[in-house]
Design a protein around this ligand. Structure first.
Ligand code: MN3
Length: 203
């Protein structure tokens, strides 16, 4: 198996009351697991089609590959950019955020709106573009659409209904208000540090 479901870095109840244990267990054990299985299945089926040169369902398989691999990667990022022990951004990373957005609050307002206004299922994301070195807020549709090619994810917020429906019903705004209480800015800053050292392939 190419892709493996990672363990959660905390207990199911660790993010309560912001995210319920029931939500976290279903989200990780069922939804994320399904993307991992879907990614591995798509890989196997693509290998089979290469072997047999049967290309009739290739368009659908490429789409399933993009959807499931991206879904797996985003969830792995999401679990680890949440924490029961949140603290505000600091140091070089906080300075980079302020240089781009004006303040950490301004970044949060932009990301909140981008996440709130996703039509249907998707994600809000803070990314960095290795070509320009610029931080960007992105609105990802589903798991794989509307993205900046090559940009590296630093912070992702799941706004699929399965991320909040059990506690917040259809109300995405209070879920987004709660999520800022459990962001692991230390991990986000670590990702930023790594990303600033990544060379663009055009370099
Ligand atoms: Mn999800």
């Amino acid at each position: 198996m190419t892709y493996v479901l990672p363990d959660l870095p905390y207990d199911y109840a660790a993010l309560e009351p912001h995210i319920s244990a029931e939500t976290l267990e279903l989200h990780h054990d069922k939804h994320h697991a399904a993307y991992v299985n879907g990614a591995n299945t798509a890989m196997e089926q693509l290998a089979d089609r290469r072997h047999s040169s049967q290309w009739g369902d290739l368009v659908g398989l490429q789409s399933r590959l993009a959807f499931n691999v991206s879904g797996h990667q985003l969830h792995s990022l999401y679990w680890t950019n949440l924490t029961p022990h949140a603290s505000p951004p600091s140091g070089d990373f906080a300075e980079a955020v302020t240089a781009t957005f004006g303040s950490v609050d301004a970044l949060q307002r932009h990301m909140t709106q981008a996440s709130l206004l996703v039509q249907g299922s998707g994600w809000g994301a803070l990314t960095i573009d290795p070509e320009s070195g610029e931080l960007q807020v992105e609105q990802i549709l589903n798991h794989q659409d509307n993205v900046l090619q090559g940009a590296l994810p630093l912070l992702v917020i799941d706004v699929w209904e399965h991320a909040y429906y059990l506690s917040y019903r259809n109300a995405r705004a209070p879920y987004l208000a709660a999520i800022w209480e459990i962001i692991d800015w230390v991990e986000v800053a670590r990702r930023w540090k790594v990303a600033t050292r990544v060379e663009h392939v055009l370099a």
